[in-house]
Design a protein around this ligand. Structure first.
Ligand code: AP5
Length: 204
């Protein structure tokens, strides 16, 4: 297993589970959410899309994903966090991977209902220093950094992000199922048990 995509509604635990898996697998993480947050610091239009919970244009992200894959050693695995998010991105990603002599081995879909999504994101904090998500601690459990609230973690934006997920990203579940690389994971369990199911599914 070298190239693994994480799909799921906002707050389903993609970032959390990737942080857990990094303890077992020495992979590089490519996070399109982090890319967009970085771009938003210099670009007002991207900032507005991010704060509304809308997707940014495919072109912006595809070239950056291509560039980031290119600087990773071919022998090293990659976790894709929140990318791809549309069928067009998924198809383009397949081409990009081929150009880098890689293939997608697994797409992990963490499913979670909207009520739990809203609950989790309302209490989420992210670390100012390392960016990791958490919720039940006054300081980051990984590095002790200060907690901040993400600008898109307000109720109206969370509901829009969920809608965008259902309309634009959910079709990827069928896309990867047809290719026989889909692993469906119940996200409504403890962090530990979600991780257990993922590791079992990946044969770790
Ligand atoms: P992105 O940053 O990718 O946001 P997202 O997909 O909405 O996902 P989140 O990061 O909010 O949640 P997560 O699933 O990682 O959950 P987490 O582990 O933090 O994208 C942000 C924006 O960027 C998008 O809206 C869009 O504008 C843009 N963008 C990104 N990618 C794009 C793309 N490909 N194309 C175009 N635009 C793009 O967990 C959430 C909380 O729950 C945490 O507090 C955590 O501690 C807690 N938690 C986790 N697991 C559990 C559990 N099992 N039980 C209880 N609590 C849990």
């Amino acid at each position: 297993m070298k190239n693994i995509v994480f799909l799921g509604p906002p707050g389903s635990g993609k970032g959390t589970q990737i942080n857990e898996l990094e303890k077992y697998l020495d992979f590089t993480v490519i996070s399109s959410g982090d890319m967009v947050r970085e771009l938003a610091e210099k670009n007002q239009q991207i900032k507005q899309l991010l704060e509304k919970g809308e997707l940014v244009s495919d072109n912006v992200l595809l070239s950056e994903v291509d560039r980031q894959i290119g600087i990773i050693d071919k022998s090293r695995g990659i976790f894709f966090d929140g990318f791809p998010r549309t069928l067009n991105q998924a198809k383009k990603m397949d081409e990009i991977l081929i150009n880098h002599e890689r293939v997608l081995d697994a797409a992990i879909y963490i499913y979670l209902e909207e009520e739990e999504v809203v609950k989790r994101l309302a209490r989420r904090r992210v670390c100012r220093k390392c960016g990791r998500p958490f919720f039940d601690s006054p300081r980051c459990p990984s590095c002790g950094g200060q907690p901040v609230i993400r600008k898109d973690d307000n109720e109206a934006t969370i509901i829009n992000r969920m809608q965008v997920f259902l309309e634009q990203t959910l079709p990827l579940v069928d896309y990867y199922e047809t290719r026989n690389i889909l692993l469906q994971i119940n996200g409504n369990q403890s962090i530990k048990n979600v991780g257990r199911d993922i590791k079992k599914g990946l044969g770790l």
